[in-house]
Design a binder for this molecule. Structure first.
Ligand code: E4P
Length: 217
């Protein structure tokens, strides 16, 4: 399973990459705003240099022609760039056009199996179903992942599933159990994935015993 980092924070990306836990990065306009850098193309270039794997940058246009023009510009930033396109009717047109030019597309804001099916047929390299946001409206985000793994498997679609809007470790573990290709994980959830109270308690006990052995109290 591949781990992408869902962030435009260079420090966090560098740190997690050094741990071997960053196979790619996804950004979106909100994450770019959080990073606070107005030179977004330069920021994406820096992320690509660190990650040396797929880095998604999102288009802002909402019409197909605008998305294609932006997508071409984003793709020129670096060979690792993936163009993120919203899953709308116009977005599907843009996806097919960009894919035909050999540009990798990540269709974002996927909330249903029907959308995911169209995204794969349009030739997207990635589909990003948002599990946390579905959970937020009392729908079962992980059930969508199970459906997509089944549907894509039935037809051997080349489109990879990026489990997105990940909010907690169970989203990642369940995604792995279901065989989703990728989870894009916020840095704070990466920290939660490693943390366990019994590890902390066990380590504290080992260190206390060691100190006693050394003649401390
Ligand atoms: C995916 O590529 C998106 O950037 C992201 O996962 C959205 O997550 P959110 O619902 O926490 O904003």
């Amino acid at each position: 399973m591949k781990f992408f980092i869902d962030s435009a924070d260079l420090e966090a990306i560098r740190e997690i990459k050094a741990m071997g836990m960053c196979d790619g990065v996804t950004t979106n306009p909100s994450l770019m705003a959080k990073a606070g850098r107005i030179d977004t193309d330069a920021l994406l270039k820096e992320i690509c240099r660190i990650v040396q794997g797929p880095v998604s940058g999102e288009v802002i246009a909402t019409d197909a022609d605008g998305m294609v023009a932006e997508g071409r510009r984003l793709a020129k930033i670096d060979d690792h760039m993936v163009v993120k396109v919203p899953t709308t009717y116009e977005g599907l047109k843009a996806t097919a056009a960009l894919a035909a030019e050999g540009i990798a597309v990540n269709c974002t804001l996927v909330f249903s199996a029907s959308q995911a099916l169209l995204v794969a047929k349009a030739g997207a390299a990635y589909a990003s179903p948002f599990v946390g946001r579905l959970d937020d409206v009392s729908e079962d985000g992980m059930q969508l992942i199970a459906d997509l793994v089944e549907i894509y498997g039935n037809y051997d679609f080349a489109t990879e599933i990026i489990v997105a809007s990940v909010r907690h470790p169970l989203h990642v573990v369940e995604s792995a159990r279901m065989g989703a290709h990728i989870a894009t994980i916020p840095p704070e959830v990466v920290r939660k994935l490693v943390s366990h109270p019994l590890t902390d308690r066990g380590l504290a006990a080992f260190l206390a015993d060691w100190n006693k052995l050394q003649g401390g109290n």
